[in-house]
Design a protein around this ligand. Structure first.
Ligand code: FAD
Length: 378
């Protein structure tokens, strides 16, 4: 039986990557008394996000997302603005007001600044005695360790702008393949700053066209005004691996491919997988067994959802919005959508085949290409 405190190893556990997955793992290990060294390739936490606003989804569990994090031993001192209401549009510009009693998601900021998710996790890790080495790209792990280095490929991209604005806080989304093929365009505003993006699952080569159309649509529908717009984009890596070990080292977060294949809400999966990997090192439990029990059903449901969503097209998105978004309990609808019900189980083999083929974006030849997909995948 390994010693709970040091996993039977005298050597510190090394973690590659100070994203949410790596820091959640570090915090869990350090709380159990384990020495931990986190290597971060960049000079600060969350550098690839540059102050991006992201939604910490609050629908996959009945329990509130912040309470889930607290129960995992993570402090939630970061700015997390609850969003209960928003507006979704179909491709014909019709608005669907989304209203919920409980928050649908918490808007958080990513990056190195004050109040961000990344800074709060870093702070907690440092207070627990974790050593964090910046500008330290880990190429190889010798002793005990966890690989938390983020996406290894790009299955979707989200690209657009960060900006300042006089607009009120809020969130808006548009489901229209002319703006975001097989995905959605979104606008998030909090306290005078915002992000507007096209989140696309295909058509990466034409990203600039889609971003331009996204801006035009939000200007028309919401009166979007941007001051000091700065381009920002990133990639998402969605994959359910057979095993999330590399040799004997657990892979966590997007390094493992853990993501919400439907819409890219990956932060909670990253954090949860980091905690599970740390727990496996502390107790000797099999990490594959842990994530397959706790995370895989939800990820499988999201693969089926993605396969269906990518077939819908604009009339199908409109049907979904009419039927669900403006109903009395959108959070409940979403929670049920992410459950691996028996119809979704039956559809799983079909969805896997279909999703695989979608990962190859035939519209991009990747030759001398600087689209976000290629920048992220290289
Ligand atoms: C534009 C965009 C918008 C998004 N919006 C949302 C959203 O609204 N809601 C949501 O839930 N999710 C969202 N996501 C997804 C979410 O950001 C990710 O799922 C999450 O950050 C994954 O966490 P991670 O720790 O696995 O990886 P990361 O956050 O990518 O962290 C990995 C870290 O490892 C470092 N690293 C890489 N290689 C090495 C190495 N060899 N050695 C040391 N360090 C290394 C990197 O510099 C990085 O800091 C979005 C993603 C993008 C790109």
């Amino acid at each position: 039986m390994p010693d709970e405190k040091n996993n039977g190893h005298d050597a510190p556990v090394e973690i590659a990557g100070a994203g949410p997955a790596g820091l959640a793992a570090a915090i869990t290990l350090a709380r159990a008394g384990q020495q931990v060294v986190v290597h971060e390739a960049r000079s600060e936490v969350g550098e690839r996000f540059q102050g991006d606003f992201q939604g910490l989804e609050n629908w996959t569990t009945r329990e509130d997302a912040l309470s889930v994090l607290k129960n995992l031993g993570l402090e939630t001192g970061f700015t997390a603005r609850p969003f209960r209401n928003g507006t979704a549009y179909d491709a014909w510009g019709r608005a669907y007001e989304v209203r919920n009693e409980a928050p649908l998601f918490y808007m958080v900021e990513r990056g190195p600044g004050p109040g961000t998710l990344d800074s709060a996790l870093l702070q907690q890790a440092l207070e627990l005695g974790v050593e964090v080495r910046f500008n330290s790209r880990l190429e190889r792990l010798g002793g005990p360790g966890i690989l938390a280095a983020g996406p290894r490929a790009a299955d979707a991209i989200a690209t657009g702008y960060h900006f300042e604005t006089d607009m009120e806080d809020g969130f808006w989304a548009i489901c229209d393949d002319r703006l975001a093929p097989k995905g959605y365009a979104y606008l998030l505003i909090m306290e005078g700053r915002g992000t507007v993006k096209s989140c696309m699952f295909s058509g990466f080569k034409q990203e600039q066209t889609y971003v331009r159309r996204t801006l035009e649509a939000f200007q028309r529908l919401t009166g979007l005004t941007m001051k000091n717009p700065r381009p920002h984009g990133g990639v998402g890596n969605f994959r359910i691996p057979a095993s999330a070990y590399s040799g004997r080292h657990p892979l966590v977060g997007e390094q493992a491919g853990f993501q919400d294949t439907l819409w890219g809400f990956g932060m909670r999966l990253a954090i949860q997988s980091g905690v599970l990997a740390a727990r496996s090192l502390l107790t000797g439990e099999d990490y594959d067994g842990l994530w397959q029990r706790e995370l895989r059903p939800q990820m499988q449901a999201s693969v089926v959802n993605r396969a269906i969503y990518s077939l819908l097209g604009n009339p199908g998105y409109r049907w979904f919005l009419q039927r669900h978004a403006a109903g009395p309990d959108p959070r409940g609808v979403l929670r049920r959508q992410y459950r691996l019900s028996w119809p979704r189980r039956l559809l799983m083999p079909w969805a896997r085949r279909r999703y695989q083929s979608l990962r190859k974006d035939v519209s991009c030849n990747h030759v001398d290409c600087h689209c976000v997909w290629c920048r992220g995948a290289c």
